[in-house]
Ligand binder design. Structure first.
Ligand code: G6P
Length: 740
């Protein structure tokens, strides 16, 4: 735009200069013509008057001169003596131009005469001096003064018209040029789009020469992206993730927003503050990413000593043993926590998104708090952001509105939102009274990630059903208000190698220690389950499968134990309290049914276990049963695999977890089908060591490749691509019309 204005100003300047030059040239020529004309007229008048004037003197001569000046252009006529004296002049002769003012050359004029144009305040005058053909010696001079002011008047008019004509020509020219430019721009962009849409090999040779430099730019970009694509599949480490951040995204630290904090400070009964690692798949995955990338994690400060250890800005450096990133804690009031966390997030969205037969509860008061807290977190991100275009990782169903609120505050931010739980089909999603608002909120993101393609498809269908936006099914994206949101599957994972597995004691040691702690024999067969006490985890179905196993195989009585670690979770919600009671009652019933002195088959530990204890349990187990009824991914399955560097142990895995799509060497079961789940448990307990090793090796190789650094890296690389594509589009100035 600025260039166009500059060009226009230049054009106007040039046209004005041209008009001025042309009118000056024309006026000079007109003046020359007028002078010639005046000289001729003067000589004609002189020769016509000469015979009468020759004889006349005094009054007679004056009358003759008066008669001559009747010509409208002749201002005066006079007879002068050669010495400059005036003999006689016409009436009203302009005295300043009189005989005595004539220069010497005029007084000495021969029969050719003398002419001169002189400027005056009221316009130019033309003087002509012609000697009279008479006998007096020297002959007298006839002086004629012509009015030349008409030349100036004509010059003014000419100048005006010349400027007008040039302005008109300029305007017409500009209009014609802009029509021509528009037409050629249209044809240029059409041709360019054709070239860009066709496959490269087909176009490189045949494309017009003017497109070759651009094509080569695009080709470079595509091949660098292809190279990246190939490289993104394997070899992900914390260092490589750091490199991606440094090279592709300017090395800035990232901002993570997640409701759950990675470290909780709790004061125990003795008044000592201790650090607790919460039981959360989200934290398990994301914490190693933050350790690699650094930056700030913004979360609800939920520990009773959380605000005793923060600085003035509610920050604390973590991990506590080797701090590398900031944890920013937000205080939530009791009402906020109740409405936003317990209410809308966990009584509304959680059951809505999981097929676990729990009824979602949606209350307007909870919705209000949900909006309020999302806004508060958006404010916190804006406060923490050190630049206008930060990279923000928004985590999970607690923050569906945050991407939109954040986009309003930081329009240039790269917002990657990851939904850690399943996304229901469009019909079920419509149960939520605020379905459109949730979708709108999420579409503030640059990229929205789910664990599986099926959840991406459900999301796109929900957008299709409840929103007025353009879906690009080929690119898996939604375009709304001119902004594109990519929808992609990024299966989440754990860090590899796992620090908890590395720090754990050798397997034999764990085997013995765990059995000792549980009070069971050294050679006991041990199955384990590790979960939050949540109705989506299928803990009741798991116990029922153990019961069926024991019904069918009396040989296992007194030899097989199942240890269930169940971390209390969301305990003020009725559905969770009910589950707690049912699980306890079921374990008691099964233990009473089969138990005998020295053997109670189900060991239920409903307390929080820190990661080292959980990893010891994994390493001591003969099998791990993950029986979730519906789960986005389930990282317990992957952690069990990570813990078994001895290649032993069997994973029995629900087919309703995202993990089942990757860990196909596990024994995959339908947890609702109690008989076949019991058969899988039985198969696991007798699986030959060699088969265990083969299966475990395959799963370990997969989890080590598809680790959490790859999860984060792929998302960040997609964000880089989106940024680059935008840059290329603006370079081509085709904007939205560019085929992607
Ligand atoms: C799931 C959710 C996480 C959550 C975790 C623990 O994995 O996807 O966002 O942190 O459960 O639940 P809690 O309510 O204790 O944070």
């Amino acid at each position: 735009m600025r260039a166009a204005i500059r060009f226009l100003l230049l054009l106007v300047g040039c046209l004005a200069l041209l008009a001025w030059g042309a009118s000056a040239l024309f006026n000079r020529q007109a003046m020359a013509w007028a002078e010639r004309d005046m000289a001729m007229r003067a000589r004609l008048a002189a020769s016509a008057a000469s015979p009468s004037l020759r004889e006349a003197t005094g009054t007679a001569a004056r009358k003759l001169l008066d008669a001559m000046v009747r010509d409208e252009r002749l201002m005066g006529a006079a007879l002068c003596m050669r010495d400059g004296r005036l003999e006689v002049a016409s009436n009203g002769f302009p005295t300043p131009l009189g005989c005595n003012a004539l220069p010497a050359e005029a007084r000495e004029a021969d029969e050719e005469g003398w002419d001169r144009t002189i400027p005056g305040p009221l316009g130019a005058s033309h003087l002509t001096v012609v000697p009279m053909a008479e006998d007096t010696e020297p002959p007298r001079l006839l002086l004629l003064v012509h009015d030349m002011s008409f030349v100036d008047r004509r010059a003014d008019t000419t100048r005006r018209y010349t400027f007008l004509a040039f302005a008109l020509v300029g305007l017409l020219g500009a209009a014609a040029a802009s029509v021509v430019a528009r037409l050629s721009w249209l044809s240029w962009t059409t041709q360019l789009r054709k070239v860009l849409l066709a496959p490269f090999r087909a176009t490189s040779a045949t494309a017009p020469r003017r497109f070759q430099p651009l094509l080569s730019d695009v080709r470079d970009l595509v091949s660098s992206l292809a190279l990246e694509e190939a490289r993104t599949e394997s070899g992900w480490t914390p260092e490589r993730l750091q490199q991606v951040l440094r090279r592709q995204l300017g090395g800035e630290g990232i901002l993570v927003v997640a409701n759950r904090e990675p470290y909780i400070h709790e004061r125990d009964d003795a008044g000592e503050v201790r650090v607790v690692h919460p039981a959360s798949g989200l934290v398990t995955a994301l914490e190693p990413v933050m350790r690699a990338c650094s930056g700030t994690w913004i979360a609800h400060g939920s520990g009773n000593a959380d605000f005793d250890v923060v600085d003035a800005k509610d920050h604390v450096r973590v991990p506590p043993d080797r701090p590398v990133y900031d944890l920013r804690r937000l205080r939530l009031s009791k009402e906020e926590e109740k409405g936003y966390y317990y209410g809308f997030s966990n009584e509304g969205l959680w059951p809505l998104c999981h097929i676990a037969h729990a009824r979602p509860e949606f209350r307007s008061a909870d919705w209000e708090q949900y909006q309020r807290v999302n806004r508060r977190f958006a404010d916190a991100v804006a406060e923490e952001s050190g630049s206008p275009d930060p990279i923000v990782l928004v985590q999970d169903y607690h923050f569906a509105l945050l991407p939109k609120y954040l986009r309003e505050r930081l329009p240039r931010a790269t917002i990657l939102t990851f939904w850690h739980i399943p996304w229901p089909n469009a019909e079920r999603f419509g149960i939520c009274p605020w379905e459109r608002e949730l979708l709108e909120g999420l579409l503030g993101s640059s990229i929205i990630g789910f664990h599986t393609q099926a959840h991406c498809t459900n999301f796109l269908e929900s957008v299709d059903r409840y929103m007025e936006s353009r879906l690009d099914r080929e690119r898996h994206s939604v375009v709304q208000g001119g902004r594109e949101t990519l929808v992609r599957a990024y299966p989440i994972s754990i860090d590899w190698p796992s620090r908890w597995a590395d720090e754990a004691a050798p397997v034999a040691e764990c085997h013995a220690a765990v059995r000792r702690e549980l009070g069971i024999p050294e050679d006991a067969l041990l199955g384990v389950g590790v979960d939050r006490l949540d109705y989506t985890k299928g803990i009741e179905e798991r116990f029922l499968a153990v019961e069926r196993l024991l019904e069918r195989e009396p040989g296992l009585h007194g030899r097989f134990w199942f240890a269930q670690v169940a971390a209390p979770s969301r305990t003020i919600i009725e559905a969770y309290r009910g589950l707690n009671e049912r699980v306890e009652a079921l374990a008691t019933r099964i233990n009473e049914r089969f138990g005998r002195p020295g053997w109670r088959p189900i060991i239920l530990a409903r307390t929080h276990h820190e990661p080292p204890a959980v990893f010891r349990l994994y390493r001591a187990a003969d099998l791990c049963y993950v029986s979730a009824l519906h789960d986005g991914m389930n990282l317990v399955a992957k952690e069990f695999v990570a813990a078994r560097d001895d290649l032993r142990g069997v994973l029995v895995l629900s087919r309703f977890t995202g993990a089942a799509r990757e860990l196909s060497e596990a024994l995959i079961v339908n947890p609702y089908d109690i008989d076949s789940a019991a058969s899988a448990l039985s198969e696991a307990l007798v699986m030959p060591a060699e088969e265990q090793e083969d299966r475990m090796r395959a799963m370990r190789s997969l989890v080590s490749e598809l680790n959490v650094y790859r999860w984060a890296g792929k998302m960040l690389l997609d964000a880089t691509r989106a940024r680059r594509r935008e840059r290329l589009a603006s370079r081509l100035s085709i904007g939205k019309g560019l085929p992607r």
